[in-house]
Design a protein around this ligand. Structure first.
Ligand SMILES: Nc1nc2c(ncn2[C@@H]2O[C@H](COP(=O)(O)OP(=O)(O)O)[C@@H](O)[C@H]2O)c(=O)[nH]1
Ligand SMILES: [Mg+2]
Length: 465
């Protein structure tokens, strides 16, 4: 293992420790589970290529590997997901073999059904490019309103699965179809919307533009469409490239040197998949800790409000009952007949009032529980009142959007009276991960060898939570 990969291994094992020491136990208590993480996956870093059919995915793979491995062509002939990995001898295996071998890390794909498995392929090749990473070629998205179910499996869910596992997602477009309608848009929105931090967006076939006007139109359309489906603060960065080959013909209008450099940069981004893996793990740790912290604070506040109400109710019951007992005791003390009758009546009245309070209170506590559940958004806004004044409001709103369904489900499943209290030390541990540990690991990653790329940073490291 070279020093770069040993640093990466050390950083990822530190991230795993944070999960197992402070994050996962609390998340399990509060029913706030995290999604599968590429860091828990064994095997090589993964690079997923996705895009319209005929956008040049397979051509780019062949170019990078320096061999004709994937079929290419204008017609949408290849409708398989192909896993390309390294091995001494060339070998081809079908989907069954791919999902049957747990060491390969694709066994979970079986859950999408036999139709998908029959559209999976493993190609082992002795190509140096594949030594550090595994590539996944995908069937093109069809730019029409056609339903994904037509394929016999849920295309969107499958893409999401691959995207979650991947460390770099290469999203390819070509001038003909800059991501306009149908499956492309749905896939971007439903399968890739929260994956922008690992996405590399490429507009291919630059050689095909006849006029600058054509280029500006296609580029603008792509930006416009991406902005609608990928929620980022900035305009998404688009790499404009072409892939050299006999298909590139005629006099070129645009400066091809620039596109050569852009292609080299895209290939560098792909080669940085191992480093991206750690970056993604750190981003996930940061994001999940932030979400869990917000979830914990909302749970604590809901629990406190509920318990305050319950205390008033219980005090009322105990008060009425104690008043009855006190009255009875006073009468007993006086020992007069009238006193006994009066005492008995007071005790009876106290007990009746206590019982009534109990019954009414029980209903109203159930109502109160529902009211609190319905007002979680307000509780969140109150808890983060200070951050709303001082911080980034859109970011806080987005955080609530991401957790609200899970927070609601967790509280209603656990029940307000069974919600565990999150201790200040647990809150502190999460804050420490967010404010100190992740930034420290990030800076170690930047200082590690072979850091030539300007990797995209999506998660800020300085936020208060
Ligand atoms: N002019 C031009 N054609 C390209 C370029 N890249 C790929 N092609 C062609 O586009 C067609 C589709 O490519 P392919 O790799 O099969 O697309 P896929 O469906 O995304 O895998 C093929 O005929 C390629 O030769 C490029 O940069 N310029
Ligand atoms: Mg292809």
């Amino acid at each position: 293992m070279n020093s770069a990969s040993s640093i990466l291994e050390r950083l990822s094992s530190q991230a795993r420790e944070h999960y197992s020491n402070s994050v996962d136990p609390l998340a399990a208590n509060l029913m706030f589970n995290r999604e599968p993480d590429p860091g828990t996956r064994r095997g090589h870093p993964l690079v997923l290529l996705i895009g319209n059919h005929s956008s040049g995915k397979s051509t780019l793979i062949n170019y990078m590997l320096g061999r004709e491995i994937q079929n290419t062509g204008v017609a949408p002939t290849d409708d398989d997901f192909t896993v390309l990995s390294h091995g001494e001898n060339d070998e081809e295996r079908d989907g069954d073999a791919l999902v049957s071998n747990p060491d390969l890390g694709f066994a979970e794909l079986r859950k999408f059904g036999p139709s998908l498995v029959s559209h999976l392929k493993l190609k082992v090749r002795n190509a140096p490019f594949l030594k550090e990473l595994t590539l996944i070629d995908s069937p093109g998205m069809i730019d029409s309103a056609q339903l994904s179910q037509d394929r016999g499996y849920d295309f969107i869910k499958v893409v999401r699965w691959f995207a979650e596992q991947s460390d770099v997602i290469l999203l390819l477009f070509d001038p003909d179809k800059p991501g306009t309608t149908g499956e492309t848009l749905t896939t971007l929105k439903d399968a890739l919307s929260d994956m922008s931090h690992k996405m590399v967006i490429v507009l291919n076939k630059m050689d095909q533009f006849q006029t600058l006007h054509d280029f500006a139109r296609a580029y603008g359309a792509l930006c416009w469409n991406l902005a609608k489906v990928i929620p980022t603060k900035d305009v998404p960065y688009i790499h404009n490239i072409y892939i050299p080959g006999i298909w590139v013909q005629g006099e070129q209008l645009l400066p091809m040197d620039d596109f050569d450099q852009a292609r080299d940069k895209v290939i560098q981004e792909i080669k940085h998949a191992p480093k991206r893996r750690i970056q993604n793990i750190l981003t996930r740790l940061y994001e999940h800790s932030r979400q869990l912290l917000a979830h914990s604070k909302v749970c604590n506040e809901a629990r406190k409000t509920y318990r305050q109400n319950r205390r008033h109710w219980r005090l009322g019951i105990s008060g009425a009952f104690l008043a009855g007992v006190a009255g009875a005791a006073a009468a007993y003390y006086l020992r007069s007949e009238d006193g006994l009758i009066l005492g008995g009546s007071i005790l009876a009245a106290g007990t009746v009032v206590a019982a009534l309070l109990f019954l009414l209170g029980r209903n109203s506590m159930a109502r109160r529980e529902k009211e609190i559940l319905d007002s979680l958004a307000g509780i969140y806004a109150n808890v983060f009142n200070r951050d709303y004044v001082l911080g980034d409001q859109a970011d806080l709103d987005a955080l609530w959007d991401r957790i609200k369904d899970r927070t609601h489900a967790a509280i209603s499943t656990l029940g307000m009276s069974n919600l565990p209290r999150v201790k200040p030390s647990q809150i502190k541990a999460l804050e420490h991960i967010i404010k100190t540990s992740v930034p420290k690991l990030r800076s170690e990653l930047h200082q590690s060898p072979k850091d030539e790329s300007k990797e995209s940073e999506t998660a800020s490291t300085g936020r208060a939570f």
